[in-house]
Design a binder for this molecule. Sequence first.
Ligand code: SF4
Length: 333
Amino acid sequence: MNSINTDKFSAKLREKAIDTDRKAILITNFYGSSQENDFTKPPNCNGFGRVRHFRLDAGKDWIPNPLPILPAAKALGVKADSVIRAQVFQSSICNWRCWYCFVDFKLLSGNSNYASLLTCDEMIDLYLDQDDPPPMLDLTGGQPDLTPEWVPWMMKTLQERGLEDKVFLWSDDNLSNDYLWRFLDDEQISLMSSYKMYSRVCCFKGIDEKSFSLNTKADPKLFSNQLELCKRLLEINLDLYCYITLVATTDTDFHMVIPKFIDKVQKVNEMLPLRILPLRIFKYSTMNPRMTSDFENMIEGQHRALDVWQSELVKRFSSEQISLPITEIKLKN
Ligand code: SF4
């Protein structure tokens, strides 16, 4: 299987998805997309947004998912509930093609039939033009960090509108590129580090090179690059959380592979495993045309992997540490 040339593909996608003069990002419009079939409520913001309900409960065979509920509640100064509403804007590009992605692949290629260039001012106008706007903005993808300007531009807009203490900002990152350091200046990075109501979630796309490349279609070597990028994000002091997708074939030696991965994570930061949340992969209708027997098998594999992941945490951390809320795990040295 030919893997994606991540560098080349990233550069090509970025070109389509940003207008630096206008400070605009190519945002997905959900009308008429197959992703729309998976929504419980119709898109909002003239099709450019949707309201997503993040829930703590990830189903009976999985652990609860406190992201982004706990970071949002902490930043907003409210008691955490079991669900939070978020206004989502979705970048129209991604440089990887995960089989389990709930986004229709047509919405990841910067296709102007399904997307338009919007400034952050235009996004905020659309966001505010609704009854009861959600307390949180989710800049998602796709891979938002192919256009890393999006986050500091949004922060500036929120500041200009007097919303920086009222709206929690959350963004996703698939840990695939160093564009943040290539395209942002020191002032923008410093704004991100000091902005009070912002947290970022990164996603590790597998537990070893094999599962990573099966999951993303990227070069297996980029598996360890994910850890390097995570380390660099910690060095600029972002309030950082991580997901990991544990989907892997059931013949994986989970008892060997998972401790090895957690060893590497602890080299980045000893406490980091407690900020990593195993993300359950569910089947969405957008995935149907991509499903194979291997992928069915990998969905089964994630449950075996979760058992090993949890027992590994018990070996490495005290019960007090494990029971701390994810927001209280200190990563700074
Ligand atoms: S990295 Fe994220 S957005 Fe991109 S294909 Fe994978 S799951 Fe989808």
